[in-house]
Design a protein around this ligand. Structure first.
Ligand code: NAD
Length: 452
């Protein structure tokens, strides 16, 4: 029997090479030409490419685990649960549904128009660009790719330069599994991405932070390229003391420590009645001790109180799961998205103050409510705005089939994003006796008719 360690040592990740800037315009030109040949119009072709994409992931699971361990220091279990499973499910979902999704639809029946067979055709947009971030390198690159393939587009992938092992691996595998004239990877950082953004694209999907999003949107405005941006933000958690405390602490802490807190929908801060803070902190500490029996000791800081965790190691890029109390609304922790395993806990008088706190800030990507009381849940949901809301759990919405989560949605939503809805009418000659009065020379009767 072959051992995992033997298997690992026989596998190597190719070196990371940036794409030479001067070839970038040619890449787009090549894809545009291949797209025009029409191969992607056939559903059978799309299905074959989707199946190859699924095999790309499945055949190379160990290599992907190795790459993501090297880039993110992530455990193989987290890579499998958080990325590989979702990517495969969405790719196969696209494979199974592409024929149904891409069927033309008849417009609702209308007496005035039915003779012209008004129809909505689902057509590819053309050559699309996907720019993805470092935190879920596979899922945020390949799931939208599945949507782009299903919709019949050619596609350029621009993964993050901050995950060089993953980005090198994907650049090596894409031409081996997918049609290289239609799907390709451009690797690089700011100069390469800036060059890519000088070109016109039929759609750009950008997932990342707001600062770079405004650079992408400004560049796209110059070429009139349509853009979808999927950004992060501070996702609040509102906790009602009338909740299942053990379960709340477990699910809250999981959402915060999964991928070391680097999830766009990770719980960012907690709003809880002041007199319940101690019980919540105690329950969270127990959970963290369960999750990490070897956990580090707690320490204090002067302006606020770290009640659990706090240790870091710059060499190994480690930040301990950390709970912080005594945080005020204007604290630095409340400035930008935390995007790490640090959880501020903010005391409020009641649910009204929690709602007010949320509503005086930018709309969050996600909102979490923990409560056993239906009226409490509804009050928070109805009086706030957010990309998505989850009651009594965290971050699972991204995996729920059929639900967009306010960030990149499941593959049926990316299919729609990369699809051009094309209206068609076929006007038969016999409608002349109904529509003939539109032609000049105009007369008094036409004026009266259009006056009503
Ligand atoms: P980032 O914005 O730094 O990088 C994302 C991509 O932009 C990378 O491919 C990078 O090469 C490119 N880029 C960086 N600087 C650029 C520049 N000056 N010009 C052109 N392109 C440039 O984001 P990140 O740090 O990799 O990702 C973290 C962010 O992504 C967080 O804010 C997180 O919340 C967000 N995010 C959002 C979602 C969602 O679906 N809404 C999902 C995951 C992550």
């Amino acid at each position: 029997m072959q051992l995992m360690s033997d298997l690992d040592s026989s596998l190597t990740i190719p070196p990371y090479n940036t794409t030479p800037i001067e070839v970038i315009p040619d890449v787009r030109f090549r894809l545009k030409n291949a797209f025009k040949k029409g191969r992607t119009k056939h559903v059978q072709f799309r299905k074959q490419q989707l199946l190859s994409l699924a095999y790309l992931v499945k055949d190379n699971m160990t290599l992907f685990q190795m790459a993501l361990a090297s880039d993110l220091g992530r455990s193989n279990a987290e890579t499998t649960i958080l990325e590989i499973g979702g990517t495969l499910a969405e790719t196969m979902g696209a494979y199974n549904n592409v024929a149904k999704w891409s069927k033309p639809e008849r417009a609702p029946w209308s007496f005035n128009w039915f003779t012209m067979k008004p129809t909505i055709r689902k057509e590819p947009k053309g050559v699309v660009l996907i720019i993805s971030p470092f935190n879920y390198p596979m899922w945020l690159l390949l799931s939208p790719l599945a949507g782009a393939i299903a919709a019949g587009n050619a596609c350029v992938l621009k993964p993050s330069e901050q995950t060089p092992a993953f980005s090198a691996l994907i650049a090596d595998l894409v031409p081996k599994y997918l049609d290289p004239d239609l799907y390709t990877v451009i690797n690089g950082g700011v100069p390469e991405t800036a060059k890519v953004l000088e070109l016109q694209w039929d759609h750009i999907l950008y997932t990342g932070g707001p600062r770079v999003a405004s650079i992408v949107l400004t560049a796209a405005a110059k070429t009139l390229s349509p853009v979808t941006t999927e950004l992060g933000g501070k996702s609040p958690v509102v906790i009602d003391p009338n909740c299942d405390l053990k379960l709340t602490a477990r699910r809250l802490m999981w959402g915060k420590v999964a991928n070391a807190g680097q999830t766009c929908t990770a719980p960012d801060y907690v709003l809880v009645p002041k007199d319940f803070i101690d019980q919540l902190v105690h329950a969270c500490k127990e959970v963290l001790q369960d999750f990490y029996p070897e956990g580090a000791e707690s320490s204090d800081s002067f302006s606020r109180k770290i009640v659990y965790g706090g240790s870091t190691n710059a060499k190994t890029k480690f930040i301990e799961p950390t709970l912080v109390t005594g945080v005020k609304g204007d604290d630095s922790l409340m400035g930008e998205e935390i995007f790490g395993p640090v959880l501020p806990i903010i005391g409020v008088e009641d649910v009204d103050e929690a709602i007010e706190f949320i509503n005086t800030r930018d709309h969050p990507l996600a909102l979490y409510v923990f409560s056993s009381n239906s009226a409490f849940k509804l009050k928070v949901i109805e009086n706030t705005q957010s990309g998505s809301v989850v009651v009594n759990d965290t971050i699972i919405q991204a995996a729920a089939e059929g639900l967009p989560f306010g960030g990149i949605g499941p593959v049926d939503f990316t299919f729609d994003m990369f699809t051009h809805i094309r209206s068609t009418l076929d006007s038969p000659a016999f409608t002349e006796h109904l529509l003939g009065s539109r032609y000049p020379p105009y007369n008094v009767r036409q004026v009266r008719t259009s006056d009503g």
